[in-house]
Ligand binder design. Sequence first.
Ligand code: ZN
Length: 246
Amino acid sequence: MRIGILGDIHANLEALTAVVAAMRNDGVDTWVQVGDIVGYGPEPSACIDLVRELGCLTCLGNHDAAALGLLDIAYFNNFARQAMVWTRAHLRASDFEFLRNLPLVIQRDEFTVVHGSLHLPEQYGYVISSVEAREALDQQQTRLCFVGHSHAPAVYMRRTPNATELVVCPQSEIEISYRDHERVLVNVGSVGQPRDEDPRAAYGLVDTEQQIVHVRRVPYDIAAVQAKIRSVGLPDVLANRLSLGV
Ligand code: ZN
Protein backbone atom coordinates (compact mmCIF):
# COMPACT_ATOMS: atom_id res chain seq x y z
CA MET A 1 0.00 0.00 0.00
CA ARG A 2 1.17 3.50 -0.83
CA ILE A 3 -0.51 5.98 1.49
CA GLY A 4 -0.44 9.61 0.42
CA ILE A 5 -1.09 12.11 3.20
CA LEU A 6 -2.22 15.70 2.73
CA GLY A 7 -2.80 18.21 5.50
CA ASP A 8 -3.27 21.86 6.38
CA ILE A 9 -4.32 22.72 2.83
CA HIS A 10 -5.81 26.01 4.07
CA ALA A 11 -7.77 26.83 0.93
CA ASN A 12 -4.63 27.07 -1.22
CA LEU A 13 -5.74 25.43 -4.48
CA GLU A 14 -2.46 26.11 -6.34
CA ALA A 15 -0.48 24.21 -3.70
CA LEU A 16 -3.06 21.42 -3.49
CA THR A 17 -3.15 20.89 -7.26
CA ALA A 18 0.67 20.70 -7.44
CA VAL A 19 0.85 18.21 -4.55
CA VAL A 20 -1.91 16.00 -5.95
CA ALA A 21 -0.09 15.81 -9.32
CA ALA A 22 3.10 14.71 -7.54
CA MET A 23 1.20 12.13 -5.47
CA ARG A 24 -0.49 10.67 -8.56
CA ASN A 25 3.01 10.29 -9.99
CA ASP A 26 4.05 8.43 -6.84
CA GLY A 27 1.30 5.87 -7.41
CA VAL A 28 -0.64 6.65 -4.21
CA ASP A 29 -3.51 4.18 -3.66
CA THR A 30 -4.80 5.32 -0.26
CA TRP A 31 -5.47 9.04 0.22
CA VAL A 32 -5.52 10.62 3.67
CA GLN A 33 -6.11 14.22 4.73
CA VAL A 34 -5.25 15.30 8.28
CA GLY A 35 -7.49 18.38 8.56
CA ASP A 36 -7.63 22.15 8.02
CA ILE A 37 -8.85 22.20 4.43
CA VAL A 38 -10.15 25.73 5.04
CA GLY A 39 -8.95 28.92 6.73
CA TYR A 40 -6.35 31.52 5.63
CA GLY A 41 -6.62 30.93 1.88
CA PRO A 42 -8.92 32.18 -0.90
CA GLU A 43 -10.42 28.95 -2.33
CA PRO A 44 -11.97 26.83 0.42
CA SER A 45 -14.79 25.34 -1.66
CA ALA A 46 -12.55 24.30 -4.56
CA CYS A 47 -10.18 22.61 -2.10
CA ILE A 48 -13.06 20.76 -0.43
CA ASP A 49 -14.23 19.61 -3.88
CA LEU A 50 -10.80 18.19 -4.74
CA VAL A 51 -10.40 16.44 -1.38
CA ARG A 52 -13.83 14.84 -1.87
CA GLU A 53 -13.03 13.85 -5.44
CA LEU A 54 -9.84 12.09 -4.31
CA GLY A 55 -11.82 10.13 -1.72
CA CYS A 56 -9.45 11.18 1.07
CA LEU A 57 -9.98 9.70 4.50
CA THR A 58 -10.41 13.03 6.25
CA CYS A 59 -10.50 14.18 9.86
CA LEU A 60 -11.57 17.53 11.29
CA GLY A 61 -8.98 20.28 11.81
CA ASN A 62 -9.29 23.21 14.21
CA HIS A 63 -9.94 25.67 11.36
CA ASP A 64 -12.60 23.34 9.94
CA ALA A 65 -14.16 23.20 13.42
CA ALA A 66 -13.97 27.00 13.68
CA ALA A 67 -15.76 27.35 10.34
CA LEU A 68 -18.57 25.26 11.82
CA GLY A 69 -18.68 27.45 14.93
CA LEU A 70 -17.49 24.53 17.07
CA LEU A 71 -14.39 26.42 18.20
CA ASP A 72 -14.16 29.92 19.66
CA ILE A 73 -12.12 32.07 17.27
CA ALA A 74 -11.37 34.58 20.04
CA TYR A 75 -8.26 32.44 20.58
CA PHE A 76 -7.15 32.81 16.95
CA ASN A 77 -4.64 35.51 16.07
CA ASN A 78 -6.01 38.57 14.34
CA PHE A 79 -5.28 37.43 10.78
CA ALA A 80 -6.55 33.89 11.32
CA ARG A 81 -9.72 35.38 12.79
CA GLN A 82 -10.29 37.77 9.88
CA ALA A 83 -9.73 34.92 7.44
CA MET A 84 -12.19 32.73 9.34
CA VAL A 85 -14.90 35.39 9.22
CA TRP A 86 -14.29 35.61 5.45
CA THR A 87 -14.30 31.81 5.10
CA ARG A 88 -17.61 31.38 6.93
CA ALA A 89 -19.19 33.96 4.63
CA HIS A 90 -17.97 32.19 1.48
CA LEU A 91 -18.53 28.48 2.15
CA ARG A 92 -21.48 26.76 0.43
CA ALA A 93 -24.15 24.88 2.36
CA SER A 94 -22.70 21.62 0.98
CA ASP A 95 -19.26 22.56 2.33
CA PHE A 96 -20.63 23.04 5.84
CA GLU A 97 -22.42 19.72 5.57
CA PHE A 98 -19.24 17.94 4.47
CA LEU A 99 -17.19 19.49 7.31
CA ARG A 100 -19.91 18.72 9.86
CA ASN A 101 -19.58 15.01 9.13
CA LEU A 102 -15.82 14.79 9.63
CA PRO A 103 -14.60 12.77 12.63
CA LEU A 104 -11.98 14.01 15.08
CA VAL A 105 -10.02 10.75 14.89
CA ILE A 106 -9.97 7.97 12.28
CA GLN A 107 -8.54 4.58 13.20
CA ARG A 108 -7.90 1.80 10.68
CA ASP A 109 -5.96 -1.48 11.13
CA GLU A 110 -2.71 0.02 9.90
CA PHE A 111 -2.96 3.69 10.87
CA THR A 112 -4.65 6.47 12.83
CA VAL A 113 -5.44 9.97 11.52
CA VAL A 114 -5.87 13.05 13.73
CA HIS A 115 -5.21 16.77 13.21
CA GLY A 116 -3.20 17.63 16.34
CA SER A 117 -2.19 15.35 19.21
CA LEU A 118 -3.90 12.02 19.90
CA HIS A 119 -3.60 13.05 23.54
CA LEU A 120 -6.94 14.89 24.07
CA PRO A 121 -7.60 15.34 20.32
CA GLU A 122 -10.48 17.78 20.94
CA GLN A 123 -7.97 20.24 22.39
CA TYR A 124 -5.90 20.31 19.18
CA GLY A 125 -2.53 20.26 20.93
CA TYR A 126 0.58 20.64 18.80
CA VAL A 127 3.14 17.88 18.32
CA ILE A 128 6.32 19.91 17.92
CA SER A 129 8.65 18.52 20.59
CA SER A 130 9.60 15.08 21.85
CA VAL A 131 7.60 15.76 25.04
CA GLU A 132 4.40 16.16 23.02
CA ALA A 133 5.36 13.29 20.73
CA ARG A 134 5.66 10.97 23.76
CA GLU A 135 2.22 12.03 25.04
CA ALA A 136 0.71 11.35 21.63
CA LEU A 137 2.57 8.05 21.12
CA ASP A 138 1.29 6.83 24.51
CA GLN A 139 -2.25 7.03 23.08
CA GLN A 140 -1.42 5.47 19.71
CA GLN A 141 -2.99 2.03 19.15
CA THR A 142 -1.79 1.50 15.57
CA ARG A 143 1.74 1.25 14.18
CA LEU A 144 1.36 4.44 12.12
CA CYS A 145 -0.29 7.76 12.99
CA PHE A 146 -0.56 10.79 10.71
CA VAL A 147 -0.94 14.34 12.05
CA GLY A 148 -0.51 17.96 10.94
CA HIS A 149 -1.43 21.23 12.71
CA SER A 150 2.10 22.61 13.33
CA HIS A 151 2.77 23.06 9.58
CA ALA A 152 6.31 21.67 10.11
CA PRO A 153 7.18 18.08 9.11
CA ALA A 154 8.73 15.60 11.54
CA VAL A 155 8.79 11.85 12.22
CA TYR A 156 8.90 10.34 15.76
CA MET A 157 9.50 6.60 16.24
CA ARG A 158 9.62 4.05 19.06
CA ARG A 159 10.97 0.51 18.73
CA THR A 160 8.23 -0.84 21.01
CA PRO A 161 4.91 0.79 22.00
CA ASN A 162 6.24 1.78 25.43
CA ALA A 163 9.91 2.33 24.66
CA THR A 164 11.44 5.35 26.35
CA GLU A 165 13.90 5.91 23.54
CA LEU A 166 12.54 8.07 20.76
CA VAL A 167 13.93 8.61 17.27
CA VAL A 168 13.18 12.18 16.17
CA CYS A 169 13.56 13.41 12.61
CA PRO A 170 12.39 17.01 12.11
CA GLN A 171 13.32 18.00 8.55
CA SER A 172 11.73 19.74 5.64
CA GLU A 173 12.22 16.60 3.49
CA ILE A 174 12.37 13.13 5.02
CA GLU A 175 13.05 9.58 3.89
CA ILE A 176 13.31 7.14 6.79
CA SER A 177 12.80 3.40 7.28
CA TYR A 178 10.49 2.32 10.09
CA ARG A 179 11.24 -1.40 9.70
CA ASP A 180 12.49 -1.73 13.31
CA HIS A 181 9.84 0.48 14.90
CA GLU A 182 6.43 -0.42 16.29
CA ARG A 183 5.15 3.13 16.74
CA VAL A 184 5.60 5.79 14.08
CA LEU A 185 4.12 9.28 14.35
CA VAL A 186 4.34 11.33 11.18
CA ASN A 187 3.69 15.06 11.07
CA VAL A 188 3.28 15.58 7.33
CA GLY A 189 3.72 19.36 7.30
CA SER A 190 1.43 21.71 5.40
CA VAL A 191 0.26 21.77 1.80
CA GLY A 192 -1.00 25.33 1.79
CA GLN A 193 0.93 27.31 4.40
CA PRO A 194 4.31 25.75 5.35
CA ARG A 195 5.96 27.26 8.43
CA ASP A 196 9.36 25.56 8.42
CA GLU A 197 10.98 28.27 6.31
CA ASP A 198 10.65 26.11 3.19
CA PRO A 199 7.84 27.67 1.12
CA ARG A 200 7.32 24.57 -1.02
CA ALA A 201 4.12 22.58 -0.41
CA ALA A 202 4.61 19.46 1.77
CA TYR A 203 3.00 16.02 1.72
CA GLY A 204 3.61 12.61 3.26
CA LEU A 205 4.06 9.29 1.46
CA VAL A 206 4.25 5.94 3.25
CA ASP A 207 5.16 2.73 1.48
CA THR A 208 3.94 -0.03 3.80
CA GLU A 209 5.73 -2.81 1.89
CA GLN A 210 9.12 -1.13 1.95
CA GLN A 211 8.27 0.38 5.35
CA ILE A 212 9.53 3.83 4.46
CA VAL A 213 8.10 7.22 5.40
CA HIS A 214 8.71 10.13 3.08
CA VAL A 215 7.93 13.80 3.45
CA ARG A 216 8.27 15.45 0.07
CA ARG A 217 8.16 19.06 -1.13
CA VAL A 218 6.70 20.48 -4.29
CA PRO A 219 7.17 23.97 -5.73
CA TYR A 220 3.98 25.69 -6.86
CA ASP A 221 2.79 29.03 -8.23
CA ILE A 222 2.95 31.09 -5.02
CA ALA A 223 2.46 34.41 -6.88
CA ALA A 224 -0.88 33.19 -8.27
CA VAL A 225 -2.34 32.39 -4.84
CA GLN A 226 -0.92 35.61 -3.39
CA ALA A 227 -2.75 37.57 -6.10
CA LYS A 228 -6.00 35.75 -5.26
CA ILE A 229 -5.57 36.39 -1.51
CA ARG A 230 -5.19 40.13 -2.20
CA SER A 231 -8.01 40.28 -4.74
CA VAL A 232 -10.60 38.76 -2.39
CA GLY A 233 -9.56 41.15 0.41
CA LEU A 234 -7.90 38.71 2.82
CA PRO A 235 -5.09 40.22 4.96
CA ASP A 236 -1.88 40.97 3.04
CA VAL A 237 0.25 39.21 5.64
CA LEU A 238 -1.38 35.91 4.66
CA ALA A 239 -0.08 36.40 1.12
CA ASN A 240 3.39 37.58 2.15
CA ARG A 241 4.11 34.71 4.51
CA LEU A 242 3.70 32.13 1.73
CA SER A 243 6.89 33.22 -0.04
CA LEU A 244 8.83 32.93 3.22
CA GLY A 245 7.38 29.66 4.46
CA VAL A 246 6.51 31.08 7.89
ZN1 ZN B 1 -3.44 24.44 10.08
